[in-house]
Design a protein around this ligand. Structure first.
Ligand code: FAD
Length: 493
C-alpha cells in the first residue's frame, strides 16, 4: 500500500486515536492513523451522551478516576484553540429518597477525593428554582458545576484535523487484519490491512470495541470486551431548553442510568439503556429499549415531549473484563501499546489519557522513537464557519465574498453550499461525513430535503457521478441509477 516506514501506527480514529495523534504530532515522528470506517468518528465516539464528566463517578484509585477530572480540565483548555463547541452547563445526579441521599453523599466524597471542583448537594426545591421542569419527587441532587456538553463529532474531527495539519497521515477504509511480529514474536514489524502491508515498529491499539481482538493479534489476551448497547432519542431544538444541564438518576450496577440533557446544539437528548450483546456492530434500536429510555427520562423530567423526537440511535460501549481502562506499553512484543477498553468516561478522559500514554512511551520506547519536539508544531485550528450561529453582519459579509454562502442547502440547520464545499476540501467523502462536518441532515427532517443536494455537491466536488456517492462508504450507495435509465420487465432490469 505504501513503502513508507512509520514510527507509529495508531489503529482507530475515535476520540482516543485522535487525541493521541494530536499529542504525538508535536514530535518529529512519522505517524499514520488507520480506521476501517469511511468517515470519523464512527464507533463509540460517534454515538454517546457527549458529556464531559466532572469526575465524581469513579472510585478513587481507579484508572478512570485518575483521568476523568484532568480530561475535563483539558477540554476546557483546548476547546478555544481547537475550535470545539463546548458548553459548561454543569450536571446533577438526582436522588428521590434516603437511600439515594446516601448514594449522593458517597459521590460527593468521591468527587472531592478525585479533585472535582465545586461539588455540593442541594435540595430538590433549590434545584427546581433553577430547573422548573424537573420532577417534584426529586428530594436532593448532587451539583457538579464543571460538567460540560461537547459536540462529540467536532471534538474528534478537531483533534484529528490538527494532527493532520502537523503531518499525521489518516487512512480511512483501512482495516487492520493482523499485526506482523518478528519470528520470535518479540518485536512489532508492521501491520497487515485490507489495503496491504504497512511497516512500523510501534502499534497503538485504540480500536475501541475491537481492542481485545487487536490485542490478541499481538499475543495479548489479558482482557476481553463485552459490547454493551445504549439507545437514545434526540428531540427537536424547540424543546432543547427544557433543561439547562445534564440530569442523571443515581447510578446502579448497570451504569450511570438514563439521562436527560441538552446537546451542544440545543437539541434534547434522552438515554441511554445498557444491554450486553454479542454483536460488535449491531447499533439498531428496539421498541423495548426506547420505551425504557422514555420511562427513565420521565422519572427525572415528567414532561418529556415524545412527539418532538426527530431520530433515535444507539452506541456500543467497549466494556472491558478488567472493569477499567486497559493501558500499557507491553514488554513483549516490544512496540505494542494498549489504550483499550475505553468506555465511559472515555470521551472525557481521552486528552488526559493521550498525555499519559505519550509519557509512558517516552519512558519505555525512548530507544526506538526519538521524541524531539517539532519546532513548527501548530497547536490551533479553526472549524468550518458555523453559518447558523454567526451574527447577521458576518453572514452578509461571507455571502458577499462567496455567493455559495447565500445558498442554503440544509434548511433545518441552515447549512450553506460553501460549508459543504469546505467539508469536502477537508476530507469529507460521504453523505455521513458532510453531516459530521457541517450538520447538514442533522435537523428535524434528517436529510429528507437536503440529502439529494448534498449528493449532488459531493459528486461535483469529487468529480464523480452521483451514483458513486455513498452514505457511509462500502456498499451504502445513496442512488441506484437514473430514473429514466431504469426499466423493469418481469423483475429484470
Ligand atoms: C452509549 C454510550 C454513552 C457514552 N457516554 C459518554 C459520555 O457521556 N461521556 C464520556 O466521557 N464517555 C461516554 N461514553 C464512552 C465514550 O464514548 C468512549 O469511551 C469513547 O468514545 C471511546 O473512544 P475510542 O476511540 O476508544 O473508541 P471508538 O470511538 O469506538 O473508536 C475506535 C475506532 O476503531 C476503529 N476500528 C475498530 N477495529 C478496527 C480495525 N480492525 N481496523 C481499523 N480500525 C478499527 C473503529 O472503526 C473506530 O472508529 C459513552 C459510550 C457509549 C457507547
Amino acid at each position: 500500500m505504501t513503502d513508507k516506514t512509520y514510527d507509529i501506527i495508531i489503529v482507530g480514529a475515535g476520540i482516543v486515536g485522535a487525541t493521541l495523534a494530536r499529542e504525538l504530532s508535536a514530535y518529529a515522528l512519522e505517524i499514520a492513523v488507520i480506521d476501517k470506517a469511511a468517515d470519523i468518528p464512527s464507533g463509540a465516539s460517534r454515538a454517546n451522551s457527549a458529556m464531559i464528566h466532572a469526575g465524581y463517578d469513579d472510585k478513587p484509585g481507579s484508572i478512570k478516576a485518575d483521568f476523568c477530572a484532568p480530561g475535563n480540565r483539558l477540554y476546557q483548555e483546548l476547546a478555544g484553540p481547537l475550535d470545539i463547541t463546548l458548553r459548561k452547563c454543569g450536571s446533577y445526579v438526582c436522588g428521590f429518597d434516603a437511600n439515594d441521599l446516601k448514594h449522593l453523599e458517597k459521590l460527593l466524597d468521591q468527587g472531592k477525593r478525585n479533585g472535582v471542583p465545586g461539588v455540593e448537594i442541594i435540595t430538590g426545591d433549590a434545584l427546581r428554582a433553577k430547573e422548573p421542569h424537573v420532577s417534584a419527587e426529586i428530594a436532593h441532587a448532587l451539583w457538579a458545576p464543571s460538567g460540560c456538553i461537547v459536540n462529540n463529532f467536532e471534538a474528534v474531527l478537531a483533534f484529528m484535523d490538527n494532527a493532520q495539519q502537523n503531518g499525521v497521515e489518516l487512512f480511512l477504509e483501512t482495516e487492520l487484519q493482523d499485526i506482523v511480529l518478528s519470528d520470535d514474536r518479540k518485536e512489532v514489524l508492521g501491520i497487515r490491512t485490507n489495503r496491504g502491508f504497512m511497516r512500523t515498529s510501534v502499534v497503538i491499539n485504540a480500536a475501541g470495541i475491537n481492542s481485545d481482538l487487536v490485542a490478541k493479534m499481538a499475543g495479548d489476551d489479558s482482557f476481553s470486551i463485552e459490547p454493551t448497547r445504549g439507545e437514545y432519542y434526540i428531540m427537536d431544538k424547540n424543546v432543547g431548553n427544557l433543561v439547562g444541564s445534564f440530569f442523571f438518576p443515581c447510578p446502579t450496577d448497570k451504569g450511570k442510568g438514563i439521562t436527560v440533557a441538552p446537546t451542544a446544539e440545543n437539541n434534547l437528548l434522552i438515554g441511554p439503556t445498557s444491554v450486553v450483546q454479542e454483536s460488535r456492530d449491531d447499533t439498531s434500536t428496539s421498541v423495548d429499549g426506547l420505551k425504557e429510555v422514555v420511562d427513565g427520562a420521565r422519572l427525572l423530567v415528567p414532561a418529556i415531549p415524545l412527539g418532538m423526537a426527530i431520530t433515535t440511535f444507539s452506541g456500543l460501549r467497549a466494556s472491558a473484563s478488567t472493569k477499567d481502562f486497559v493501558l500499557g506499553v507491553l514488554d513483549t512484543p516490544r512496540g505494542f501499546v494498549n489504550v483499550a477498553g475505553i468506555k465511559s468516561p472515555g470521551f472525557t478522559s481521552a486528552p488526559a489519557l493521550a498525555k499519559h500514554t505519550v509519557e509512558l512511551m517516552k519512558e519505555k520506547l525512548g530507544d526506538r522513537l526519538s521524541f524531539a519536539s517539532k519546532p513548527d508544531f501548530v497547536p490551533e485550528r479553526r472549524h468550518i464557519p458555523r453559518f447558523e450561529a454567526l451574527p447577521m453582519e458576518e453572514k452578509i459579509r461571507l455571502a458577499a465574498k462567496d455567493p455559495r454562502y447565500a445558498q442554503i442547502v440544509c434548511r433545518c440547520e441552515m447549512v450553506t453550499e460553501a460549508q459543504i464545499v469546505e467539508a469536502v476540501a477537508r476530507g469529507a467523502r460521504t453523505v455521513a461525513a458532510v453531516k459530521i462536518w457541517t450538520r447538514a441532515g442533522a435537523g428535524r427532517c434528517q436529510g429528507g430535503f437536503c440529502g439529494p443536494r448534498v449528493v449532488d455537491i459531493l459528486a461535483r466536488e469529487l468529480g464523480v457521478s452521483p451514483e458513486e456517492i455513498t452514505r457511509h462508504g462500502g456498499h451504502s450507495r445513496y442512488l441506484v441509477g437514473r430514473t429514466k435509465d431504469y426499466w423493469f420487465k418481469g423483475g429484470e432490469k
